[in-house]
Design a protein around this ligand. Structure first.
Ligand code: HEM
Length: 374
């Protein structure tokens, strides 16, 4: 049978079976929430389904180097380009380390964060799969760094989706409770200047970063009755302060010791742009450094995981151990909840991606979980 005839028949069949609402389903969109029939209908439209992939190799040279170079010029977003809540990934996309459209793969993200920022391979793999297993498409191996589909300004899927990994008390984005949880928010960014001027001598050093972290948490506690700050968000929220302290500083002298200026902070958080002449840090920022730095920030901020029970009523969750093993466990559970009844093909792909996710934990000795059997 000719391909065109097959395509026509597939389209006709889909509308007869009541799947016309799934016409033009993007290949990068997560399949969570679809019935087995719907999954079969949308996969018939996909051009390519490579399925789960191996982790890419670590980069060889982890020295400091110019990354805002001629091969990676900044380019403004084009209509349709996707950006999201992560200033690191947004910047990499705007400089072409990640596909400039914002549609990418976990493998491309893992390589890009090493190349552009010297995030450690193991940790990058862990982080990319923490998001991919919940927000990515297990059959096409695609994901986005932001929204997949936006309805009335709210993301319906993708990295922006609230609660999968994105969460409250972000440094420069609002809480989902107030509406927009992924675009730059000037009022939130103000906390950087307040903290830098109060305790950082005008720059975002460690003390200013800790105060900034605390201000944003206190703001959510005071205003968001549904403020939710358990793992993964608690750990992610604390680690993100470590990320910018360790990876947004220009390391031309390779000492990793400079504090972040407010100008450079804005360049990353608002404009998704490397400052001119930006050198990535010297040496990888990965496990166990991320863990120890995050613990230091948690201790200095003095908060534990918990949730608001109405405004100004933060209740600590004493059962939340706030460890990376627990974060892995939560994301596996979430994935199983998102895909309660996968088609056999989808189930095989999810199982494989969960194995890759576990492997990404590397030296951390965590218990492995098999929600779909071994
Ligand atoms: C595997 C790679 C990465 C993934 C999957 C990822 C994902 C995310 C996500 C989902 C958020 C939103 C969390 C929230 O605020 O609710 C976020 C925030 C953030 N990310 Fe990334 N990220 C990655 C790498 C990086 C890198 C390499 C950097 C820095 C060089 C970075 C810096 C940050 C910062 C500073 C925030 C906080 C933004 C804010 O609160 O306004 N990330 N990331």
């Amino acid at each position: 049978m000719k391909i065109q005839n097959l395509a026509t028949i597939t389209t006709l069949l889909s509308s007869v079976l009541g799947f016309s609402h799934l016409a033009n389903f993007p290949e990068h969109r997560s399949l969570a929430g679809l019935s087995p029939g719907e999954v079969r209908a949308v996969t018939r439209q996909f051009n390519s389904m490579p399925g789960p992939q191996h982790l890419p190799p670590p980069i060889n040279d982890t020295s400091s180097k110019l990354v805002n170079d001629a091969a990676h010029p900044f380019m403004p977003d084009q209509p349709g380009d996707i950006r999201g809540p992560c200033p690191g990934l947004n910047t990499l996309a705007s400089h072409g380390y990640i596909n400039r459209t914002g549609v990418t793969t976990p493998g491309e993200i893992i390589t890009a964060v090493q190349e552009g920022f010297n995030m450690g391979w193991q940790f990058a793999s862990f982080l990319a799969y923490s998001v991919f297993v919940a927000d990515g498409n297990h059959l096409t191996n695609l994901m986005t760094i932001g929204a997949n589909t936006t309805i009335n300004g709210q993301s319906t899927a993708g990295m922006n989706i609230h609660g999968n990994f994105e969460g409250d008390a972000s440094l420069t984005r609002g809480d989902a409770f107030f509406g927009d949880n992924f675009n730059f928010n000037e009022k939130s960014f103000d906390a950087f200047s307040v903290a830098a001027n109060k305790v950082g001598g005008g720059v975002v050093n460690l003390d200013a970063a800790v105060l900034n972290r605390a201000i944003r948490i206190n703001d959510s506690i005071a205003r968001n009755p549904e403020f939710s700050f358990g793992t993964p968000r608690f750990l992610g929220g604390m680690a993100e302060t470590a990320y910018f302290l360790a990876m947004f500083v220009n390391n031309q002298t390779a000492d990793n010791a400079k504090p972040l200026t407010l100008k450079d902070a804005r360049s990353f958080f608002e404009f998704h742009r490397f400052p001119d002449g930006f050198y990535r840090r010297h040496g990888p920022f990965g496990f166990p450094l991320v863990d120890s730095f995050t613990r230091q920030i948690i201790a200095m901020v003095g908060r534990q995981p918990g949730n608001n029970n109405g405004v100004n009523n933060y209740v600590v969750d004493t059962k939340d151990p706030a460890t990376f093993c627990y974060l892995y466990q939560k994301q596996v559970n979430l994935t199983a909840t998102l895909y309660p009844n996968p088609t056999p093909e989808l189930k095989t792909a999810i199982k494989q991606n969960l194995v890759t996710y576990y492997d990404a934990l590397g030296d951390l000795t965590c218990q492995e979980y098999f929600p779909y059997g071994r």
